[in-house]
Each structure stands twice: as structure tokens, then as C-alpha cells.
Design a protein around this ligand. Structure first.
Ligand code: TRP
Length: 353
């Protein structure tokens, strides 16, 4: 299931979309509302969604039921977290006129389709999903709940209910898209169905490392720069990030390839600054302090327009709920259509609805 790597570093995997080859129509992607979105989300997927929203019909799902698979003890936190994720989307540049924001639990047809799909996948296949295994290990789960093991099935229903063909996600989601393709293929074969086998669209920097320089950037590890962080804390976070440990003085020759800050330059700075930074570091012509200041300026530049939009939306919180509820209502019409078709294919539509 691990994607193969080409020399150029390009990922090749049959579940990965080739933007140059296919004419895609509809995007569905989403996030669990478990906390603030961070730069890793932005580089891995959010940037792609913003770039593509005027080209494809775009649905963005706030996956509150999926959030329960790891946070079932605290359902009361969902409402506030749903709001914050929507605020992050809109601040980052998701345009509600181009993208439809959807709350998962308000589309019951997704849960219905999840049940139908659950018959088409073996427990063994789900158990071997590397992302599930990593997550379970990181969270110290000794036993997996049925819901947690099965969340890729529910994610398949998220995608299939909207007949999306393109799913912009971080690379950790690739095994789920592979499962989705298998389930949809089996459904279509068995029932002469017309569901769509989706492709994943992976961001250019799909696995942004966290400030610790070791684990992937994640709220769960406390090593993230959030899109909603204020500039003072971002400055402190960047200052604390690990660089090349062997470099003591600015004149020491450094190795940018093992430097967290350089990896952020690669993800967020323009090509000239990336090249300059690499050259100057290797030749001991720039100190880490200055290099971090340069990065801070780049991040500040990226986040400033987001902060402006955030402030505007925060003045009108009701608008955010309006956007979500209108989006969900519109999306549900598509979901109702699909579930009807699904039941027709399965010959279990007993009466006209
Ligand atoms: N599993 C995704 C995450 O943890 C969130 C998600 C839920 C999702 N449903 C989806 C992503 C459908 C893409 C498509 O970030």
C-alpha cells in the first residue's frame, strides 16, 4: 500500500490522480473536527482545495461522526470544533460560493451507505491498513472499536454518496482511498452500480514535519503551527524549531536537508528564497536565527490575509452556521439521489419514495 517513489520524488500510485490526464468533475474532501487546522493541513490538502474550487464542483465535509471514532468520550466538544474548522476553511480562502461545506452527521444517507458498504469489505483488509495501524499505535489503543477500524468504510461512503472522483488529502489518507476504490469497484460489479472510483490528489508537500523535526505536524503531538495562531506565538514556535544540530556558529557549514526550518522554506517560500537559503546554509553564509526570521516573514505573509478574513467572519458568527447549514441542505439533495440509485441497484427499493 505504500506508494512507490520515482527518482524525481514524484509519487506513483494507481489511486493517485494525474491532473494532466483526467478530466475530473467533483471534489469531496474533509477533516475531522478535533481541533484547529495547521500548516500541515494547508500544505497537504487545503491549498489544493482552494486552488481547484473554481474548476471543480467542491464539497468539503466536516466529518463529525468520524471524529467520534477517536473522541467518543467527548461528543459535547463537536459543536464548537465544527465551528472552528469552518472558520479555518473560510479564513484560509475556501469560498462558500464555490465550495459547499457539509456537516457529516446531518446527511443520514452517509450512515446508510456505510452499512451497505460494510458488507463489501473484509475485516482483514481493514486491519492491515497502515494508517489505522499507525494511529492505533500512536494513541495506545490495545483494542480497536468496530467504529474506529471501520472509519475508512464510512469515509468511502462520504466520497461515494457525492459521486466525487477527486479527493485532495494528505498522504496518510492514501490507504483509505485505495480501500474506497476497492469497495466501490465491488459494489459496481455485484450490483451493476454506477458509483465512481475516486482518485486521491496529494499536495506537493504531503507530510509536513512538526516543530520537533521528527513526527508529522499534528495537533495531537503538540508540534504544530496553527493557521489561527497569533504572530507572537508563531515567532516563538519557529525560534524553538530544530535545525541542523551540528551547526553551532552562523559560519559553520550546515545541512539544510536535515533542517526543519528548511523543509518549511521548501513548502512555503518562493523558489528564489529556497535556493538562496539552501546555498547560504551549506556555505555558512546565513545563521539559523536569520533564516528563521526569513521564514517567519513568509508565514506572516501567508497568514495575514487569512487573519483579515477570520476577523471579518468572527464579527458575524451566525454567517458561518448559515453557510454550513445551507451547504448541508444542498448537499443532502445529492445524497438522497445517490442512496435511491444505490437501493435501486441493490434491488431493495421496495416502494417509490
Ligand atoms: N480521514 C480524514 C482525516 O482524518 C477526514 C475525512 C473524513 C475525509 N471523510 C473524508 C477526507 C472523506 C477525505 C474524504 O483528515
Amino acid at each position: 500500500m505504500e506508494p512507490e517513489k520515482e527518482n524525481s520524488g514524484t509519487l506513483i500510485n494507481s489511486a493517485i490522480a494525474d491532473e494532466s490526464k483526467f478530466e475530473y468533475k467533483r471534489i469531496l474532501t474533509g477533516d475531522r473536527p478535533t481541533g484547529p487546522l495547521h500548516l500541515g493541513h494547508y500544505a497537504g490538502s487545503l491549498k489544493n482545495r482552494i486552488r481547484l474550487q473554481d474548476r471543480y464542483e467542491t464539497f468539503i465535509l466536516i466529518a463529525d461522526i468520524q471524529a467520534l471514532t477517536t473522541n467518543f468520550e467527548h461528543p459535547e466538544k463537536l459543536k464548537e470544533n465544527i465551528f472552528l474548522v469552518a472558520l479555518d476553511y473560510l479564513s484560509a480562502g475556501i469560498d462558500p460560493n464555490l465550495s459547499t461545506i457539509v456537516i457529516q452527521s446531518m446527511i443520514p444517507e452517509i450512515s446508510e451507505l456505510t452499512t451497505f458498504f460494510s458488507m463489501l469489505v473484509s475485516v482483514n483488509l481493514l486491519k492491515h491498513n497502515p494508517t489505522i495501524k499507525t494511529e492505533a499505535k500512536e494513541r495506545g489503543y490495545k483494542e480497536l472499536t468496530y467504529g474506529f477500524l471501520g472509519y475508512p468504510v464510512s469515509q468511502t461512503a462520504d466520497i461515494a454518496i457525492f459521486k466525487a472522483d477527486l479527493v485532495p488529502v494528505g498522504i496518510d489518507q492514501l490507504p483509505h482511498i485505495e480501500i474506497a476504490r476497492k469497495i466501490v469497484r465491488k459494489f459496481n460489479e455485484l450490483y451493476c452500480g454506477k458509483l465512481i472510483e475516486p482518485f486521491a490528489l496529494i499536495g506537493k508537500f504531503p507530510r509536513l514535519v512538526g516543530l520537533d523535526g521528527n513526527l508529522k505536524m499534528s495537533k495531537y503531538y503538540g508540534n504544530a503551527i496553527n493557521l489561527s495562531d497569533d504572530f507572537d506565538s508563531i515567532k516563538i514556535k519557529i525560534r524553538s524549531a530544530l535545525t541542523d544540530k551540528n551547526r553551532i556558529h552562523p559560519a559553520d557549514k550546515g545541512n539544510p536537508d536535515i533542517c526543519t526550518i528548511y523543509s518549511y522554506h521548501m513548502a512555503f517560500s518562493d523558489e528564489t528564497l529556497v535556493n538562496e537559503t539552501g546555498y547560504n546554509c551549506r556555505n555558512g553564509k546565513i545563521g539559523c536565527v536569520k533564516c528563521k526570521e526569513n521564514l517567519f516573514a513568509v508565514i506572516k505573509n501567508l497568514l495575514e490575509p487569512m487573519n483579515e478574513r477570520r476577523a471579518r467572519y468572527l464579527n458575524n458568527k451566525d454567517e458561518i452556521w448559515d453557510i454550513m447549514l445551507t451547504g448541508t441542505k444542498k448537499a443532502r439533495l445529492t445524497a438522497i439521489e445517490t442512496i435511491k440509485e444505490v437501493k435501486e441497484s441493490m434491488k431493495i427499493l421496495y416502494a417509490p419514495e
